[in-house]
Design a protein around this ligand. Structure first.
Ligand SMILES: Nc1ncnc2c1ncn2[C@@H]1O[C@H](COP(=O)(O)OP(=O)(O)OP(=O)(O)O)[C@@H](O)[C@H]1O
Length: 335
């Protein structure tokens, strides 16, 4: 959205989510996350160097950028899985610096995790129960009081079953998580995150490894989170997803926020799309010349294409099960 001017000056871009002008690091009307001066270095490499960024509440925000831009590292920092060298950030107005990841999750900021090998050896239901918050059985004294944890276990199981039905995974309840297809794993990761009733759901590449047949269902589930009042922040290379479901897009490159805007504006910025995310989205920014990088940064700030040549296409992914299908019962039967 932009205001037209009659005096010949450049139009000022505005947006209902933004307080003031649309620009990298712009203030939001109602931010749920605010980060300031967050720097993370690995040896001589500065992976994240975010001067200021705000995530709008109640919206779906995509965090995009080329491989190695610092997106995952920034996710890890926000959620307490990594510590920055410098910087401050808050969630719901409260500082999260020095708050460990499990406490961050308890406050309502939850991120999805790729299904690891060890979680693959648990059943779908067991994975769901791991996502529940404040499990009384984990506390030594409460664990001694059987009725207390039995009641909680029952309510967690009921909640897990209802989420599994919502994500159409109820028939897989007793299967080993490792036997799920790529798309089903993504659904399980999302369903597991919802076990703790989050306010903000952070999804790391929800489309990776998902068969096109499951794409629409996944998109609908993400939109459903917003319809249920949650805020969504996701990292994604799949431009179809970014274009179709995000309300806001933040572009990272070399650790910095280089552009922000609604998807239609960011997607029109051909330089950003081509250079960062087009057909060659696996190309590292390091393969561009310094002059090209400077042009991209300038264009991202001014939102004018600079005419770098590349074609933007959508990515296709696979959804094949990583391991042969087997249920917990099957395995037990073999023992
Ligand atoms: N633990 C680590 N030790 C050393 N370097 C790291 C570490 N984690 C990340 N990096 C480096 O920091 C930079 C940012 O990585 P990061 O994974 O955050 O990028 P990304 O934008 O998420 O990339 P991708 O889209 O490929 O997942 C990269 O150069 C990466 O090699």
């Amino acid at each position: 959205m932009s205001e037209t001017t009659t005096d010949g000056t450049a139009p000022t871009a505005t947006h209902p989510l933004v307080d003031g002008e649309v620009a990298p690091g712009c203030k939001k009307v109602d931010p749920i996350v605010v980060a300031d001066g967050v720097i993370r270095q690995f040896g001589g490499l500065t992976a994240v160097d975010v001067e200021h960024v705000e995530i709008p509440r109640g919206a779906i925000t995509a965090l995009i950028g080329p491989n190695g831009a610092g997106k995952t590292t920034f996710f890890n920092l926000l959620t307490g899985f990594d510590r920055p060298n410098k910087g401050s950030w808050s969630f719901e107005g409260q500082s999260l610096a020095h708050v460990p990841s499990h406490k961050v999750a308890r406050r309502g900021m939850v991120r999805t995790f790729q299904l690891t090998k060890s979680l693959g050896r648990l059943t779908v239901l067991q994975n769901m129960l791991l996502g529940a918050r404040d499990q009384r059985g984990e506390s030594f004294f409460a664990a001694l009081v059987r009725p207390l944890w039995r009641a909680q276990e029952q309510s967690n199981t009921e909640k897990a079953d209802s989420l599994l039905a919502r994500f159409k995974l109820d028939t897989k309840r007793e299967d080993y998580a490792a036997s799920l297809s790529g798309g089903q794993r993504k659904l399980l990761e999302m369903a597991r995150a919802l076990m703790s009733d989050p306010t903000l759901v952070m999804l790391d590449e929800p489309m990776a490894g998902v068969n096109p047949a499951l794409t629409q269902s996944l998109l609908d589930h993400v939109k459903g989170l917003k319809d249920d009042g949650m805020t969504v922040l996701f990292v994604e290379h799949d431009m179809h997803m970014v274009r179709h479901i995000s309300d806001w897009v933040i572009v990272m490159a070399e650790g910095r926020i280089v552009a922000e805007g609604p998807p239609e504006t960011i997607m029109q910025n051909q330089a950003v799309v081509d250079a960062y995310l087009g057909a060659h989205h696996d190309t590292d920014l390091g393969t561009l010349t310094n002059q090209q990088v400077a042009q991209i940064h300038e264009a991202a700030e001014e939102e004018v294409p600079v005419g770098l040549e590349a074609s933007a296409t959508e990515t296709t992914t696979t959804d094949a099960p990583a391991e042969p299908g087997a249920t917990a019962h099957d395995e037990e039967g073999k023992r």
